[in-house]
Design a binder for this molecule. Structure first.
Ligand SMILES: Nc1nc2c(ncn2[C@@H]2O[C@H](COP(=O)(O)OP(=O)(O)OP(=O)(O)O)[C@@H](O)[C@H]2O)c(=O)[nH]1
Ligand SMILES: [Mg+2]
Length: 306
């Protein structure tokens, strides 16, 4: 079954891609078998992370970008992780985006994923889903996440290029959460540049970046709803695939390292716990009844015991 599905994914068949993403997102054994069947890929897609506060205009911007990439003959994969507002589609793509993959437009594939990890980071499912889209021929693969707390660091790990989208409005001061966001940005976008406060935001960004130790990323201004400035952003993103090749390669290695390690950990944990249900029950009882501390109970579970 997974061999057939893998073949469909390689052909870029939207239904196969949709089913594959469901398997992979759920982290089932079927999904793991599918990922194995997909095998390696000829060419790596540019993975673009788009993050920023809720309502900054990330989805609208991604829709506008997708329109430009399509016009350039590219197939665009979009993963929206836990979107707080649905993908309504920007001016350029409109209904096609709203209708989704089954409407018969195989060139833009949009999928919402509910894959927040327990600690707020992105679950492994996001990298796996991006792999599926890559094998299906989508390039770039865009991952949109709301940038709060852990999210920004995680998206930076999942992306070759991280775009941080900000907009004028409540809390323009660059502090706390936004400072964390700026640290992971390869490109900063001041979206909603048509709105009052855009200048102030730009000025406070420049001040904040001036204090930072690292080389300041470029700041671009866009109006996602009209498309103003979006082509410039697209060019900057595309240029990174060539211009920042060494950096992108380094990120890919770091990402691969983390993924291999996580996979090994996952398998070891699964092997370790298989057949130890009863021992775990006993340990749990001992802790619950105050006969052992958690640390003492855990100590008995060292490799090879009990
Ligand atoms: N005036 C103006 N409005 C914009 C612009 N870009 C987006 N909007 C509007 O801002 C609202 C939020 O846009 P979204 O694209 O959903 O924002 P988002 O960052 O994806 O939001 P979440 O996914 O909820 O975090 C929508 O009503 C957009 O139409 C812009 O450049 N100018
Ligand atoms: Mg959104």
């Amino acid at each position: 079954v997974s061999a057939d599905l893998a073949e469909g994914v390689r052909r870029g068949d939207p239904r196969a891609v949709a089913r594959a993403l469901t398997w992979v997102e759920n982290g089932t054994e079927e999904g793991a078998a599918l990922l194995r069947a997909l095998g390696g890929r000829a060419r790596a897609a540019h993975r673009v992370g788009v993050t920023g506060p809720p309502g900054a205009g990330k989805s609208t911007l991604v829709s506008a970008l997708a329109g430009l990439w399509r016009a350039a003959g590219r197939k665009v994969g979009i993963l929206a992780v836990d979107p707080s507002s649905p993908f309504t589609g920007g001016a350029l793509l409109g209904d096609r985006i709203r209708m989704g993959a089954h409407a018969g437009d195989p060139s833009v594939f949009i999928r919402s994923l509910a894959t927040r990890g327990a600690l707020g980071g992105l679950a492994p499912g996001v990298d796996d889903a991006a792999d599926v889209l890559e094998v299906a021929g989508f390039d770039p693969v865009v991952v949109e996440t709301v940038g709060v707390g852990q999210g920004e660091v995680e998206i930076a790990k999942a992306a070759d290029t991280t775009v941080v989208v900000l907009a004028p409005g409540a809390g323009d001061e660059i502090q706390g959460m936004k400072a964390g966001l700026l640290e992971v940005a390869d490109l900063i976008v001041v979206n909603q540049a048509d709105r009052e406060g855009a200048h102030r935001l730009l000025a406070s960004l420049e001040a904040a970046l001036g204090l930072s130790a690292r080389k300041a990323p470029p700041i671009l201004r866009t109006v996602a709803t009209t498309g103003a400035g979006v082509d410039d952003l697209r060019e900057r993103i595309d240029a990174r695939a060539d211009g920042a090749r060494a950096e992108v390669a380094e990120r890919r290695r770091a990402r691969a390292r983390g993924r291999v390690r996580a996979e090994v950990d996952r398998r070891r944990a699964k092997d370790f716990w298989s057949g130890r249900d009863q021992a775990l029950d006993e340990a749990a009882r001992a802790v619950a009844e105050g006969r052992a501390t958690v640390a003492e109970a855990a100590e008995r579970f060292r490799e090879g015991m009990p």
